[in-house]
Write a protein that binds this ligand. Structure first.
Ligand SMILES: Nc1ncnc2c1ncn2[C@@H]1O[C@H](COP(=O)(O)OP(=O)(O)O)[C@@H](O)[C@H]1O
Ligand SMILES: [Mg+2]
Length: 155
């Protein structure tokens, strides 16, 4: 587990960019935290780092946004799916695909049906613009990389 407090949206985007470079096709990143915590902001930084151009906005009303960067990038927000039926879960899984990377906000309603995430991020509001980010990797190598990422950002 790696922890860092960010004080601007740009710093949270930079964390997203740092996570992005760890990812390979098929990887999933789960993001938890209250509304306005900065989940979409982190995904924006990650998508940019993966070569996505143009606006990267919340998919709250569409379940999933699909982008093409260096690899396909799916951005899901299942907040609307508090109690998804099989069809909705199927659509979400289809949107995640297997040939790209996927970022899933509010994943808990579908998490049971997902492959194990490469990285899980929890974001907590501090006061003002500060946010506490906790990141857990699937394996020791990922955890080590996340540790290096926060060390570099703090330095
Ligand atoms: N340190 C920070 N990290 C992330 N976002 C921040 C930070 N400070 C302020 N913000 C602002 O908080 C809001 C976060 O919104 P968003 O990323 O859409 O949250 P979520 O997807 O978790 O609902 C944005 O308006 C962003 O500019
Ligand atoms: Mg969001």
């Amino acid at each position: 587990m790696a922890e860092i407090t960010t004080h601007t949206a740009e710093q949270t985007e930079a964390i997203g960019a740092g996570i992005a470079v760890l990812l390979v096709a098929g990887d999933i990143v789960l993001l938890r935290g209250d509304l306005g915590a900065g989940k979409t902001t982190l995904v924006r930084g990650a998508a940019r780092a993966l070569g996505v151009e143009g606006p990267i906005t919340s998919p709250t009303f569409t379940i999933a946004n699909a982008y093409i960067g260096r690899i396909p990038v799916a951005h899901l927000d299942t907040w609307r799916l508090s109690d998804p039926d099989d069809e909705e879960i199927g659509l979400a899984l289809e949107a995640i695909g297997e040939d790209g990377v996927a970022f899933v906000e509010w994943p808990d309603s579908i998490a049971a049906g997902l492959p194990e995430p490469r990285v899980s991020v929890d974001i907590e509001h501090g006061g003002g613009d500060s946010r506490l980010l906790r990141m857990t990797g699937r394996d020791p190598g990922t955890d080590r990389s996340l540790g290096e990422l926060v060390d570099n950002l703090r330095a």
